[in-house]
Design a protein around this ligand. Structure first.
Ligand SMILES: NC(=O)c1ccc[n+]([C@@H]2O[C@H](COP(=O)([O-])OP(=O)(O)OC[C@H]3O[C@@H](n4cnc5c(N)ncnc54)[C@H](OP(=O)(O)O)[C@@H]3O)[C@@H](O)[C@H]2O)c1
Length: 296
């Protein structure tokens, strides 16, 4: 069965739209885009459109590829201080010459809508008890992946294999699933026998950025397969999973496009709303640096 990420994302967006209207809120998302990478431009446009759909305010700062690290950081600070903005998003990846870690650290943790600031990702890593997925700040793609898994199979206390260990996707996906009680194995480019690992998975999440890496002989019959990858091959978008072949083996599978992508955007909106609510409720702020992740 193909898991429809667009349908679930639309449900989430509708819920957000209703909440925004009912509470008379105007959540604001600020996005910084550096350079003119066509894929990044498309993602940023989609995020702006999604904001409009649910009644959010959005502000975009576009900087040329030859901008300076200093200018990127000063743009982040501008958004940090903008009272209409509750969530600040740096469109990643940045062109290589920039220091991405330093840029992420410049985001105010209380406005860190993608949850990549070391303070927030640290909070997530230090989970103490089971978390409520709808109420915590977590990286948008990771949240989207886990919501898709729970959509098809509410029981995540299973054997999960995540292919990819990046800070953007693989690691936060593994962290969230671990917090929800899954038994998680993380694979990467140095994993000795990838097929042996992936074949054991009840739930397989692939975030490697390698077109059609996962073949049908690498998947357990009936497994839930979530494809995070977005790759352009001869002008066409393909995932990290050989969709046409693996769909015959998997119990549930996401497609590319139409799977994780729309869920990432829905979770970005959800995080923006959570941050807006946390700003309007003084009782939920804590600590010198920002907010506690699991306290909304
Ligand atoms: N759907 C969405 O909303 C969304 C959002 C973000 C990213 N993406 C897509 O997700 C994919 C991953 O993104 P990313 O930023 O995490 O990529 P990344 O930073 O390049 O990380 C890729 C990870 O996959 C591992 N890997 C690469 N080749 C492998 C192989 N042959 N076997 C096992 N592991 C392998 C790498 O291992 P090492 O660590 O050993 O190098 C690394 O950990 C990309 O296609 C990206 O476009 C989608």
């Amino acid at each position: 069965m193909i898991v429809d990420g667009r349908k679930l994302a639309d449900k989430i967006k509708l819920k957000i739209k209703k909440q925004v209207r009912a509470k008379n809120l105007r959540p604001g998302l600020g996005v910084i885009l550096v350079g003119n990478d066509p894929a990044s431009e498309i993602y940023v446009k989609a995020k702006e459109k999604a904001c409009q759909e649910v009644g959010f305010y959005s502000r975009k700062i576009v900087l040329p590829a030859d901008t300076s690290q200093k200018k990127i950081i000063s743009s982040i600070k501008e958004l940090n201080q903008d009272k209409k903005i509750h969530g600040v998003l740096m469109q990643l990846p940045l062109p290589r010459k920039f220091n991405q870690e330093e840029v992420i650290k410049a985001i105010n943790p209380r406005k860190d809508v993608d949850c990549f600031h070391p303070f927030n990702i640290g909070e997530l890593a230090l989970f103490k008890k089971e978390i409520n997925l709808d109420q915590i700040l977590a990286p948008c793609t990771a949240k989207g992946v886990v919501k898709l898994i729970k959509y098809v199979d509410s029981q995540v206390r299973k054997k999960v294999v995540v292919v990819g260990r990046s800070n953007l996707t693989g690691k936060p996906i593994a962290l969230l699933l671990l917090a929800l009680g899954a038994t998680v194995t993380i694979c990467h480019s140095q994993t000795k026998d990838l097929t042996r690992e992936t074949k054991r998975a009840d739930i397989l999440v692939v975030a490697a950025g390698k077109p059609r890496l996962i073949k049908e002989n690498m998947v357990k019959k009936g497994a839930v397969v979530i494809d995070v990858g977005i790759n352009r091959v001869k002008g066409k978008l393909v995932g990290d999973v050989d969709f046409e072949k693996v769909r015959k083996i998997a119990g549930f599978i996401t497609s590319v496009p139409g799977g994780v992508g729309p869920m990432t955007i829905a979770c970005l909106l959800e995080n923006t709303l959570l941050l807006t609510l946390s700003h309007t409720r003084p009782d939920v702020t804590s600590g010198r640096y920002g907010m506690k992740t699991i306290i909304f």
